[in-house]
Design a binder for this molecule. Structure first.
Ligand code: GTP
Length: 704
């Protein structure tokens, strides 16, 4: 974790260069301009934003040159400019000045207000008096009213107009929502009259002035005590009795220590503006006063709360973006699954929210709550992509684990029940990465994971089944090929019923093996039926392929059959015998041709191919030939046709040519054999005749 304490610095405004916090500065100049930049710098120098409600604002008003600055400087050790006697009695303080008391708790801000009745302003004086009185009443917790002691009880006392202005403004502006502040009358140059008498007189004067103010509404008939805690303080002549003056001031100062505690001089309760909103609030109030707008203090508070809370949010969001911890975490989420993501991100978010809570603590609850929610939403906008990445990594991890388990499992263990185990583990891990402030669920990822697992399991299961079925199909093929070839050609005539019988018996044993394979997998009835159909179809295709293969040698088969029956090398006795054999055997191969012309795997499907071929070839007239010129067999679908009628005609023609050649050979053989016989007979006859001639010759030789 980084040093979170240092983050406060970023919430503060920039410091004024070479600012001296103890120097008084002009807050509002003589032309009523509010010096907001200077105030903000000052607020930073005195750490105003961190004070909460633990700060006091004291303002002083009273006639010009009545020793106001002198009093403040002694009371609060401020450095307001005091009148220099050598310059003559003229106005010293123009506008409103602000300084802090350097050695008192809580932080006490002191406002020195331009004196009333100054000749410098002329008619404009009343306006500024009214404005500054109203301003002091709106922002200060304690308003000191400087009065000459000799003015008490006087009909035309110099302080009366000032009090009238103050009270008028109070009744006019704050009657709906009284803000109880301390109105402290500081009686200067106390005479020898007893203080209690003077105080009673003053209070009675004050009440008279209060009562004399014109009321516009019923609610404004409220007593003075509803608005003010009235205090009276007597001070001796500063110039004549300085030590006594200082001692009294010292005594008075004690009352400003811890002035904000309940019941203290500056305790203005929950209505008090939080210190962090003081600057913006003061400026906004002054602007309203200047524009002569109705001063709606509660509305001001709301505006200040909105402004400040928005600023706090913005600053926190800026800080969040560059936060080291968040940066590190976010970087990791891009590449890896972070098991403790939830804990870490919750800690970071809570840290930022606690900062907001601390900074916005004193502001209107409803505003604070609303802005806090805005902050949460915006922080979550940053966090959401990271959370999504974490979920994606988690999903991948679980998918991988699932695949490993499936890959290692035997068939029996590959069931869809495996999902539940993995999904509940996924849910568990999701809890660990949960972002407390968000109500994000993992439903989408869960569904995706489940679909992925289903898909993988399905593929895997299909792969295994397909592998086994592939082996089974190879067996079926082998068993079919050997025997089907024999049944179709080598046995003499294609015997489709025997093929069907053989196919049936092979399928029975294969399907029982298939059942065995499928029973080990979670496969539903539809899937099972599909697999059975597939292997049945495969077997039929094997038979059909074998039949097609035999078709390509149909001419060979036909001539072989003929030659087997006709036997060229037979000892033919006569051409008649040959002709008789030809008559018997020439059309025998028609069985092969018609048998191979179509696939006949459905029992009971009797076609007339043999009949058509037999008629066409034995009685080759025009009508019969026409039938053979058609492209299809009449009762046989094209898909089952192996040799079309016209092809049969070609094959027959080729066969006949070869058969004729064989017959011719047989006839040649017969002829050759006959010739040899004749020669033998002639030789024999020659021999027989030559024996008696040789005997006669020998006899004649002996005789002669
Ligand atoms: N009679 C009398 N004079 C005082 C007292 N305190 C200060 N003075 C004198 O009054 C004169 C004016 O003092 P300031 O403190 O400047 O008066 P001020 O009210 O701040 O003056 P402005 O800001 O011009 O209104 C100075 O000469 C002071 O010495 C006091 O208690 N009694």
């Amino acid at each position: 974790m980084n040093n979170r304490g240092s983050n406060r610095q970023s919430l503060a405004r920039p410091l004024r260069a070479n600012g001296d916090a103890d120097l008084a500065f002009q807050l509002i100049d003589g032309d009523s301009n509010f010096k907001s930049t200077t105030l903000n710098d000052f607020a930073n120098e005195v750490n105003l934003y961190e004070r909460g409600r633990s700060y006091a604002v004291v303002a002083i008003m009273g006639p010009q040159s009545s020793g106001k600055s002198t009093l403040l400087n002694h009371l609060f050790q401020t450095k307001f400019r005091e009148m220099d006697e050598s310059e003559g009695r003229s106005q010293t303080t123009q506008g409103i000045w602000l300084a802090r008391c350097p050695n008192i708790n809580p932080l006490t801000l002191v406002m020195d207000i331009e004196g009333t009745d100054g000749i410098e302003r002329g008619e404009d004086g009343t306006t500024f008096e009214r404005r500054s009185a109203l301003f002091a009443l709106a922002v200060a917790d304690v308003v000191l009213v400087n009065l000459w002691c000799h003015d008490i009880g006087r009909e035309h006392a110099a302080s009366k107009p000032l009090l009238k202005v103050v009270f008028q403004q109070v009744l006019l502006r704050f009657s709906n929502k009284p803000r109880k502040i301390t109105l402290m009358f500081v009686i200067r140059d106390k005479t020898k009259s007893p203080e209690y008498k003077l105080e009673a007189r003053l209070r009675s004067d004050v009440e008279k002035i209060w009562d004399s103010i014109k009321r516009s509404t019923d609610s404004s008939s409220a007593p003075l005590s509803n608005f003010f805690k009235v205090e009276v303080v007597f001070l001796p002549h500063y110039e004549l009795r300085e030590e006594e003056f200082k001692s009294k001031v010292k005594e008075l100062k004690r009352r400003f220590v811890d002035s904000t505690v309940p019941g203290g001089l500056a305790d203005s309760g929950e209505e008090k503006e939080p210190a962090s909103g003081f600057a913006i609030s003061a400026e906004s109030i002054w602007n309203d006063i200047k524009e002569n707008k109705d001063l709606d203090i509660p509305a001001h508070k709301i505006l200040v709360a909105i402004y400040r809370c928005s600023e706090i949010c913005k600053e926190l969001l800026d800080t969040f973006e560059t936060d080291k911890d968040w940066g590190e975490l976010r970087k990791k989420t891009l590449t890896d699954f972070i098991p403790d993501f939830g804990m870490r991100v919750n800690s970071i978010l809570n840290h930022f929210l606690s900062k907001f809570d601390a900074a916005a603590f004193y502001y209107d609850e409803a505003i604070t709550a609303g802005k806090r929610k805005e902050l949460v939403d915006k922080l979550l906008e940053f966090v959401r992509p990271a959370y999504q990445d974490v979920l994606n990594h988690l999903m991948l991890q679980h998918s991988k684990k699932f695949m490993e388990v499936v890959d290692k499992s035997s068939d029996r263990k590959i069931t869809f029940s495996l999902f539940d185990d993995h999904l509940s583990k996924f849910d568990e891990d999701c809890k660990a990465v949960k972002v407390d402030l968000a109500n994000w669920d993992n439903l989408k990822e869960r569904t995706k994971l489940r679909q992925g697992m289903e898909g993988y399991l399905h593929t895997k299961r299909e792969d295994k089944i397909d592998q086994k079925i592939w082996h089974l199909e190879r067996q079926v093929k082998q068993e079919l090929l050997d025997f089907v070839g024999y049944l179709l050609c080598e046995e003499g005539d294609p015997s489709w019923w025997k093929v069907r019988k053989h196919l049936k018996s092979i399928m029975e044993s294969s399907l029982s093996k298939l059942d065995d394979i499928l029973s080990k997998c979670d496969i539903d009835e539809n899937g099972r039926r599909e697999k059975i159909q597939k292997i049945e179809q495969y077997a039929e295709e094997v038979v059909e392929a074998k039949a097609r293969e035999e078709c390509s040698r149909v001419e060979e088969h036909m001539i072989n059959k003929f030659l087997t029956l006709f036997k060229i090398d037979h000892q033919w006795s006569s051409n008649k015998e040959i002709e008789a054999a030809v008559k018997d055997f020439l059309y025998a191969p028609l069985d092969i041709l018609s048998g191979l012309a179509a696939v006949r795997l459905e029992a009971g499907n009797i076609d007339n191919i043999h009949q058509i071929l037999s008629v066409a070839f034995q009685h080759p007239n025009r009508r019969n030939q026409k039938q053979l010129n058609s492209t299809t067999w009449r009762r046989v679908p094209l898909s089952r046709t192996l040799i079309k009628p016209v092809e049969c005609a070609w094959f027959w023609k080729a066969y006949i040519m070869r058969a004729n050649y064989a017959i011719k050979q047989a006839q040649e053989n017969l002829k050759k054999r006959r010739t040899r016989w004749m020669r033998f007979v002639l030789l024999f006859a020659e021999e027989i005749i030559s024996i008696p001639l040789r005997a006669i010759d020998r006899v004649l030789g002996k005789l002669f």
